[in-house]
Design a protein around this ligand. Structure first.
Ligand code: ATP
Length: 307
């Protein structure tokens, strides 16, 4: 089977993590930490997840012309991602996240978006050649909203369905002009509440929130509910697609893996419920392992657990 073409637009970050007894107070220097780096950023996580799940992925992102950008690019190439539309910014550093993780599990994260914040509508238009023939455009909210909207418009022009993962949670409701261009919106519980004004605690409230989002112009809403799975709602169907039971080790990027795998399953022609089942399995596998991109499963692993 030929791999379906998936276009991902979004962010790439390098996560720099120090694990230490507790989070340092302002002005304090705390010794004794253990340092690791990991490839992250929601766009990059979703691109990698889609590539491993079986997509022929092209990624639109802006990286700095620095060591972190070089490393990210090498990672995308290793996952056979089409990097022709990746831009390098000589003036701005690559995106980084500085993360403290305390012994208690509590964390504190500071993000410098860097080049991610400089991905413009003009950049998107320059990458128009990537749109025709793509089976889905997958986006998140770590790049500027006008850029996301410009890409959604181009997708509409070329008949490419838009999957928008409204994460991280936006500080205000999304413009209706953008939502009307979205085929599938995939908030988690917090994002669904922020965007709909309805607190999501169970199936009934998930349905209510999804319904409110449908009224804002989206075609289909899928609210991810952690270990419980995901709630699907559109004009034709509604219901919970249960998650796969696993021993959770690290849920970082569970949502990103879900979105990447969902895009591939839909692009291969599965119906919505089947595609969510596939995405639930991929995301469940990712929570059994540490890290963001390192935890995204290969297609063979997803198929094994799907049976
Ligand atoms: P994150 O921010 O950690 O990436 P999220 O808040 O965006 O995640 P969730 O709703 O927590 O997204 O999870 C996304 C999907 O991952 C769920 O719909 C489910 O398929 C899977 N998942 C998450 N947590 C678990 C778990 N403990 N066990 C099994 N599957 C899980």
């Amino acid at each position: 089977m030929t791999k379906p073409r998936i276009l991902v637009l979004g962010s790439s970050n390098t996560d720099m993590i120090i694990k230490l007894a507790r989070i340092p107070r302002p002005g304090e220097t705390l010794l004794g930490g253990k340092f690791t780096t990991a490839a992250g950023g929601k766009g990059a996580n979703q691109a990698v997840a889609a590539a491993r799940a079986g997509g022929d992925v092209a990624f639109i992102v802006r990286l700095g012309k620095d060591m972190f950008g070089d490393q990210a690019l090498a990672g995308f190439k290793a996952d056979k991602i089409d990097t022709r539309h990746i831009l390098r910014d000589a003036k701005t550093p690559s995106g980084v996240a500085l993360i403290f993780v305390a012994g208690s599990g509590e964390n504190s994260i500071a993000v410098a978006s860097g080049a991610n914040a400089r991905l413009t509508s003009a950049d998107v238009r320059a990458a128009e050649a990537a749109f025709p023939g793509s089976k889905a455009l997958v986006m998140q909210l770590e790049t500027p909203l006008p850029t996301v909207t410009a890409a959604a418009k181009l997708a509409k022009k070329h008949g490419v369905p838009v999957i928008l993962n409204p994460a991280p949670a936006p500080s205000e409701k999304l413009p209706p002009a953008l939502l009307r261009l979205v085929s599938i919106l995939t908030p988690n519980e917090t994002e669904a509440e922020l965007l709909s004004g309805i607190k999501v605690t169970d199936e009934a409230s998930a349905r209510e929130a999804a319904h409110a989002l449908l009224k804002q112009g989206v075609e289909t809403v899928i609210i991810t509910l952690g270990a419980k799975g995901a709630y699907l709602h559109n004009a034709r169907t509604s219901g919970l697609i249960p998650g796969r039971k696993v021993k959770a080790v690290d849920t970082t990027a569970a949502g990103d893996t879900f979105n990447g795998a969902l895009a591939v399953a839909l692009a291969e022609g599965r119906d919505l419920s089947e595609a969510i089942r596939f995405a639930n399995v991929a995301a469940a596998l990712s929570v059994t392992r540490l890290g963001a991109q390192p935890s995204a499963p290969a297609r063979t692993e997803i198929e094994r657990l799907l049976k």
